[in-house]
Design a protein around this ligand. Structure first.
Ligand code: LUZ
Ligand code: MOS
Length: 756
């Protein structure tokens, strides 16, 4: 059975022709109404009154809904129940939904919104997470991971440094904004189309708010126009709102957020501040690391407790540190609740340890890559959470990067360039990667798939995976094509639908292809075995001598004239079951929260990136010249898709640490509220060269077809861009006192170049 490893995303052709169907392309049922949210203008306040009597009178306005219209619970919190669908007495952030305007058109709803009169008594708002920490305003109690003994680490340290680091928020900027479409059916059932990574979450919360059982709500998802974590949890409220309206009005109701509304009302990547202490022995081995993170969670929990966890898991980055203590404070502020974003708290952890290493390097006047290399995690090393590194590829990927891309030579060339040039200066930085794969909440690591073989031999597959551009549908087709040995074009991926596959985990944690792919593999193998038995019967042969290959039955290695299509049809008339469900639950993983120890990850993904940046010393502008990466794909099942994920993640990571800057004013209003004020990398600012080399490895048993998860890990490679730019500034200005506050915008570079 051969794998098809160099296949294009099966959606590409349709995407390019504009034929793919997204939420807003679903033909509207006659009589569909349109909804718009009325949201809080202030960051914190007591609602004295909301007067929408004028708005209600506007022709074309059908109904205005508030918390008073909710038949079930006004509660959308998933991990912690601390968030109302519509604010009742108090608002906690600018953009918090207060009412839903349902009208004959979106245009009418917009006009109606202008007629709202709201009287709010403003209360003091907390905009700064450090203020929240001082005031004891937390989402949940702090958590700490610990390994070794601090005193021992300190005693073994010749050098001890103390510093801080900061990373900012990040807007997901999925091309398709949030939206949903609810269509009522007979008996009060609702079909709910949603642009969500988590159809089951949408179904659960809709059930809670409407006060009807989950089986009355069918959530259906064809694909998303991007998500990046922004639709793991925060696709839910919009779906619940239109479901509520459809439920009350018995009419189809649709909502599509405008870009402005989406930017203002949805949460982003969590900004973090970190204070750390790092200790190194004479030979530069990290002996000790103590770090305290201050996470800006925003006004409600959302996924923050889970994101906190991933920061803890990645607190020591790609290094082995014998004595470490990592603490995260999840702080409650009056900003939009922050949410999942590619990396999920991991990148913030990685940034802090790399800042600590860079600080030590600067103080000791050695290149950071010297310290990095000798501290890389190796086979058998213990992580602070009790798991031991297995099949560790950190050193291998570093060495492979050095062999192919010459770390020392690059470094020497940059020194030489900097000696000879003043108008431009260059800097280099290395980024080692070690990212844990599995939902940190062990229970979520499960998936199901439904596989039908139709009587003509074509195949239909349903899973819990959501296609959001990452190509999971292509990978799932490849899994089935691999097991059945049929061409990929004989396989159709159905929409992700809660009535066909129930109780789905969100497509998140880079695990969509692993979990759902494994479930498809299990179901397909059951069907294959049954078909082999049938072929044995037909050919009067032993099942063990039968093979199904390239759409034919082979007997003892010889091709027979029994084709796949005929076999399937014969099996049907022999009343053989041609449908199967597969259930997969990642084996071995466990975690004990009372001890903060266990084996939470199925495996780790490794890699190394070398980043070179060039700064224009007159203007403060810069470019990331090249990024050379050695990445551990395992045994990649689709190198086109996988390299695409590495490229996209890298550039998203670079954007986060360089030019993307989320700013709020002191009233908690988002200033970066449009694409004119929030800059993401464009074709001009991406690295001139991105070179990605596949590390040769055995792959991981718990990865689908040994092909490792690839969605989030390479986001970490963006880290190098920050330090490479800083190193270039240092080469120009000996007085530059680098702080580790990301993003390192052009503005900050310019002031750094001329700092006295
Ligand atoms: N979502 C989640 C995630 O619920 N749990 C996780 O561990 C996770 N990790 C990465 C991205 N999303
Ligand atoms: Mo996520 S950050 O939805 O994998």
């Amino acid at each position: 059975m051969s794998k098809i490893t160099d296949m294009k995303n099966t959606d590409t052709y349709r995407h390019l022709r504009g034929e793919s169907v997204y939420l807003d392309d679903i033909p509207e049922v006659f009589g569909t109404l349109h909804a718009l949210v009325f949201d809080s203008p202030v960051a914190h306040g007591k609602i004295k009154s909301v007067d929408y009597s004028e708005a209600e009178k506007l022709p074309g306005v059908v109904r205005i809904l508030t918390y008073k219209d909710i038949p079930g619970e006004n509660q959308i919190g998933a991990i912690i129940q601390d968030e109302e669908l519509f604010a009742e007495n108090e608002v906690h952030f600018v953009g918090e939904p207060i009412a839903l305007i349902v009208a004959e058109s979106e245009r009418i709803a917009r006009d109606a919104k202008k007629l709202f009169k709201i009287d709010i008594e403003e209360l003091p708002a907390i905009i700064d997470p450090e203020e929240a920490k001082e005031k004891g305003s937390f989402i949940a109690p702090p958590r700490t991971f610990k390994i070794g003994i601090s005193e021992k680490g300190l005693n073994n340290s010749k050098y001890i440094f103390q510093g801080s680091a900061e990373t900012g928020g990040q807007e997901h900027l999925y091309l398709e904004t949030q939206g949903s479409y609810a269509v009522p059916n007979e008996n009060g059932h609702i079909t709910l189309y949603s642009s969500t990574q988590g159809p089951t979450a949408v179904q659960q919360i809709t059930s809670r708010v409407l006060g009807i059982p989950m089986n009355m709500i069918e959530v259906d998802v064809r694909r998303l126009g991007g998500a990046f974590g922004g639709k793991e949890d925060q696709a839910t409220p919009w779906a619940v709102m239109v479901a509520l309206a459809a439920h009350l009005l018995n009419k189809p109701v649709k909502i599509t957020l405008s870009r402005h509304d989406d930017l203002r009302m949805t949460g982003k990547r969590h900004p973090y501040k970190a204070n750390y202490k790092i200790g190194l022995s004479e030979d530069l081995k990290i002996q000790f690391y103590e770090v305290e993170f201050i996470q800006d969670a925003g006004a409600a929990a959302d996924l923050s407790p889970a994101i906190t966890e991933r920061t803890l898991f990645h607190g020591t980055g790609s290094y082995y540190i014998p004595n470490a203590e990592i603490t995260v404070y999840s702080c409650k502020t009056n900003l939009t609740p922050n949410t999942a974003f590619r990396g999920f708290g991991g990148p913030q952890g990685f940034f802090a340890i790399e800042a600590a290493v860079q600080l030590a390097a600067d103080k000791l006047n050695v290149p950071a890559h010297k310290i990095q290399e000798i501290n890389l995690i190796k086979e058998g090393d213990e992580f602070p959470y009790g798991q031991f590194a297995e099949n560790a590829e950190a050193i291998n990927s570093w060495k492979t990067a050095d062999k192919n891309f010459s770390i020392e030579k690059t470094y020497e060339e940059i020194l030489k360039f900097n000696k000879e040039n003043t108008k431009f200066k260059k800097g280099m930085s290395l980024t080692p990667l070690c990212f844990g794969i599995s939902f940190t909440n062990t229970g979520l690591n499960q998936a199901r798939a439904l596989v039908h073989i139709y009587t003509d031999g074509s195949i239909g597959i349903s899973t819990g995976a959501i296609e959001m551009g990452q190509g999971v549908n292509t990978k799932i087709k490849q899994v089935a094509a691999h097991v059945f040995s049929v061409p990929v074009n004989r396989i159709k991926l159905e929409t992700t639908n809660t009535t066909r596959v129930a109780n789905t985990s969100p497509t998140a944690a880079s695990s969509g292809a692993d979990l759902n792919g494994k479930a498809v593999e299990i179901a397909s193998k059951k069907l294959l075995q049954r078909l082999k038995e049938t072929a044995g019967e037909i050919l009067n042969a032993n099942t063990n001598d039968i093979e199904i290959k390239d759409e034919f039955v082979f007997l003892n290695g010889k091709k027979t004239d029994l084709s796949w299509d005929k076999l399937v049809n014969d099996a049907y008339w022999k009343r053989v079951k041609l449908s199967e469900k597969g259930h997969y639950a990642t084996p071995e993983i466990h975690f004990d929260k009372t001890k903060e120890k266990g084996h939470p990850f199925a495996y780790h993904v490794y890699g190394t990136a070398i980043t070179v940046a060039k700064v224009d010393t007159m203007r403060g502008t810069y470019e990331i010249e090249d990024v050379k990466i050695v990445h551990d794909f395992g045994k990649s099942m689709n190198i086109f898709l996988d390299k695409g994920q590495v490229e996209g993640a890298l550039i998203q990571g670079i954007g986060w640490l360089t030019i993307e800057e989320i700013r709020f004013n002191e009233k908690g209003q988002l200033l970066a509220n449009a694409l004119s004020t929030y800059k993401v990398p464009d074709i001009h600012s991406v690295p001139k060269i991105v070179d990605i080399l596949e590390l040769e490895t055995e792959g991981a048993e718990h990865a689908v077809l040994k092909s490792k998860a690839v969605g989030e890990p390479p986001f970490i490679y963006g880290t190098g861009s920050f330090f490479a730019v800083q190193n270039a500034i240092k080469a120009f200005n000996p007085n530059y006192k680098p702080d580790f506050k990301a993003p390192i915008t052009h503005e900050k570079v310019l002031t750094g170049l001329y700092q006295e």
